[in-house]
Design a protein around this ligand. Structure first.
Ligand code: TMP
Length: 218
């Protein structure tokens, strides 16, 4: 049986990642599942949630980086099983966020190679949508922005820069070039519907292709 596709929606904060992931899920249902990282429901996810929502809860930057990765490993076997059963998985954030956010902190010793190490061996996505916006003012104008750790304009600017570095390292991305797998979508001045139509066209095209048989790993 053909395995399902792993379709990842990544990108900057408040660019509509979760909205687009759930619209895509509705279109592919019942043959798809949604996985969101961090998954705040697992024991590790609960620690991550506390770190994000409670300023007084301190953890070393190395520890929280490893917890985000451990959270992905917690679900990796069931992810593989779901894909092997023929179901598609739509994912909201993954390894790319993990590295970009940690690099943005600028911690000595936490360079790209350090950050990718714990994620090595996780399944790579078949399609990666990267949603961006013009600048962080777009981000800050979204409802609810600023309530969690990392939600400050200055930090988001650093995350933005680091995301492009991560895409260069992991996807050979250079400004203006999209690969077969990496699809860059700038959501500035686009409605939710417009973005979802673009995503659906690309997914549909991929679904017409010969389905992948094996997995690629980070
Ligand atoms: P969320 O807002 O999509 O639930 O993500 C929670 C925050 O966690 C967001 O600021 C991005 C950050 N994050 C990391 O720092 N590392 C990771 O590995 C992931 C998945 C998210």
């Amino acid at each position: 049986m053909a395995r399902g596709l792993l379709i990842l929606v990544e990108g900057l904060d408040r660019t509509g990642k979760s909205t687009q992931a759930s619209i895509l899920l509705d279109k592919l249902k019942p043959n798809a599942e949604l996985v969101k990282f961090p998954d705040r429901t697992t024991p590790i996810g609960q620690l991550i949630n506390r770190y994000l929502t409670d300023e007084s809860f301190q953890l070393p930057d190395q520890s929280i980086h490893l917890l985000f990765s451990a959270n992905r490993w917690e679900l990796s076997q069931s992810l593989q099983n779901t894909l092997l059963s023929g179901k598609h998985v739509i994912m909201d954030r993954y390894v790319y966020s993990g590295i970009a956010y940690s690099l943005a902190k600028g911690i000595d010793g936490m360079d790209f190679d350090w950050c990718i190490q714990p994620d090595k061996g996780l399944i790579k996505p078949d399609l990666l949508f990267f949603l961006s916006n013009r600048d962080s003012l777009d981000t800050a104008s979204r409802e609810g922005f600023g309530q969690e750790r990392y939600e400050s304009l200055a930090f988001q600017e650093k995350v933005r820069d680091q995301f492009y570095r991560v895409l260069e390292r992991l996807e050979n991305y250079s400004q203006g070039t999209d690969s077969n797998r990496l699809q860059m979508i700038n959501v500035t001045n686009q409605s939710i519907d417009q973005v979802s139509i673009t995503i659906w066209e690309i997914v549909n095209r991929k679904l017409q292709n010969e389905p992948p048989t094996d997995f690629a790993f980070f």
